[in-house]
Design a protein around this ligand. Structure first.
Ligand SMILES: [Fe+2]
Length: 327
């Protein structure tokens, strides 16, 4: 517990305490009407009744159970040779207490996916606050199905409480709070840096996580959202894994995602992107939040294979040379 209290920033702890879990969220929010997305987000409570009236609700529930496996390779000449072919299972935005029907196909997908390392990208709870007993029950159900030689490493998202760290660690998950872990193979290593939430709590601290890591090390950065990118222009990050957007969750034909809860739009909302030297992936996530439905997006588990080579996979990345928050 001492270690957790040292690493979880007081502003996160204070912000969680300030919010009363039984007080309606509507009254806790400061109101922002700067963007269309912010205005639309206040209409979320109307989404389920409208969908039910329109007859589309059941279709949305079924779409949310369409769990797919996304696979791709990341080529990097700087990858240590012993990690050539290293596989990573990346699971983000589980919101695992939000849809009871998802646990069975999720466990099935995990049973069929053997990897070297499993990374969890945060957002384990459906709601932003409140009790999380059901989240832990679900973790106890699915964690035994994860087949990962090097174990499971996780971070917190904006839906998670710092008080979830200890029970998650009891399940054998290494929780990183602006910390890093070294994965060794013979005389070589790669490092996983895990940051606290950059979106709501704004407690991500790359420099703290990076402390003590050799300059030439291969770095995989685990951050719940793309917000950390603003501070990484000249940092030696090889691969950036995040989620948070759910790929929009509800995406309209021709228009695209309505709400992403992210300043960074375009290629940062879903899939592979490259910002300067950093290759990244934004996952659509396993679960759903706010409303348990998806339209024109799907749930996913992600399997990444690292390869020690240059080029070849680059054409799959949407290259971004400058961060533009007005996409
Ligand atoms: Fe999420």
């Amino acid at each position: 517990m001492q270690r957790i209290l040292e690493h979880v920033k007081p502003e996160r702890r204070n912000k969680e305490i300030v919010h009363n879990p039984i007080y309606p969220i509507f009254w806790q929010r400061s109101f922002h009407f700067e963007t269309i997305e912010q205005v639309i987000s206040y209409l979320v409570p109307l989404v389920v009744p409208v969908l039910k009236l329109s007859g589309l609700y059941q279709r949305g529930l079924q779409n949310a159970l369409d769990l797919r496996r996304t696979t791709f390779t990341v080529n990097d000449p700087n990858l240590p040779a012993n990690f050539d072919g290293f596989t990573i299972l990346f699971l983000s935005d589980l919101h695992i207490d939000g849809n009871d029907a998802l646990i069975q196909p999720f466990c099935q997908a995990l049973q069929e996916t053997a990897v070297d390392l499993c990374l969890l990208g945060g957002d384990y709870r459906f709601h932003i606050r409140g009790e999380f007993r059901k989240v832990m029950d679900r973790f106890e159900q699915f964690v035994p199905h994860i087949q990962s030689k090097e174990g499971i490493i996780g971070i917190l998202g904006n839906h998670d409480s710092w008080e979830m760290i200890k029970p998650l660690e009891r399940l054998g998950i290494v929780m990183l709070i602006n910390e890093s872990v070294q994965i060794k193979r013979e005389n070589e290593s790669l490092w996983v840096l895990g940051l606290d939430d950059p979106h709501y709590y704004k407690c991500d601290d790359y420099h703290k996580a990076n402390r003590g890591i050799p300059e030439e090390a291969f770095r995989i950065l685990l951050s719940h959202a793309t917000g950390t990118l603003f501070n990484l222009d000249s940092e030696p990050v090889n691969l950036y894994l995040c989620g948070h957007t759910h790929a929009g969750q509800i995406s309209l034909p021709l228009f695209g995602p309505i709400i992403t809860h992210s300043k960074l739009k375009g290629p940062f909302v879903y899939g592979r992107w490259q910002y300067k030297h950093i290759k990244g992936y934004t996952s659509a996530g396993v679960g759903t939040s706010a409303v348990p439905v998806r339209y024109n997006t799907h749930s996913e588990i992600v399997v990444i294979t690292l390869q020690k080579r240059s080029g070849q996979d680059d054409k799959h990345y949407s290259e971004v040379s400058e961060i533009n928050t007005h996409w």
